[in-house]
Design a protein. Structure first.
Length: 205
């Protein structure tokens, strides 16, 4: 959820860490990227924005800050990530984890799918001033598969945001992609995001 808020912004920042897209700011450079990391999305491979180019930070070792919606708590410290943003209130994130074995990657991908399948309920329970609903947009036939979800959140003070999230796996590598902006399910670029997810998983090997 992209949060634009009143005085409750401090509390919402916590929700942003678990549910929002970081936008309109250049991410700070943190740790050195891992040696020989899987390839990440390029800005032009994200869903096209009608009024802005996409920009990207470096591929960075470690967990992103803020953490991605509903799946952030499961991310290990061995994750690597890349932040993306436009000149408007639209942003994206890719997080990739290389596990020690294919079985561990399979289990990690399944854990993330379960978290996303229950995402709206989790948000509602943790943040009573937020209403959340979600949709499942299906499985994509790429490598070992990817799954796409949409989550719409509305805050009591009127902020309305739509996020698309996906989890995909190739062998022992799992990637999570998140896109979000102000709006509702009607504003979700589902077809474009599905194509972005396929590209992201294809680039893992």
């Amino acid at each position: 959820m992209n949060i634009r808020a009143r005085g409750a912004r401090a509390a919402v920042t916590v929700l942003t860490a678990g549910a929002a897209v970081a936008v309109a700011a250049v991410p700070a450079t943190a740790a050195t990227p891992p040696a020989d990391p899987p390839a990440f999305l390029e800005p032009a491979e994200l869903p096209p924005h009608p009024s802005s180019d996409w920009y990207a930070g470096p591929v960075t070792a470690g967990q992103p800050d803020p953490l991605p919606m509903c799946v952030g708590e499961a991310l290990p410290s061995t994750a690597s990530h890349r932040q993306y943003w436009t000149e408007y209130d639209t942003g994206a994130l890719q997080v990739t984890v290389v596990e020690r074995s294919t079985q561990r990657a399979r289990e990690f991908a399944a854990l993330n799918r379960a978290d996303l399948a229950d995402c709206a309920r989790t948000v509602r329970e943790r943040y009573p001033d937020i209403t959340a609903t979600q949709k499942y947009y299906g499985r994509l036939a790429v490598e070992e598969g990817a799954h796409v979800y949409g989550v719409h959140t509305v805050a009591e003070w009127g902020a309305s945001d739509i996020n698309l999230l996906s989890v995909g796996r190739d062998g022992r590598t799992v990637t999570i992609v998140k896109w979000g902006q102000m709006g509702t399910f009607e504003h979700a670029q589902v077809a474009d995001f599905r194509a972005t997810t396929v590209t992201a998983v294809d680039k893992l090997h």
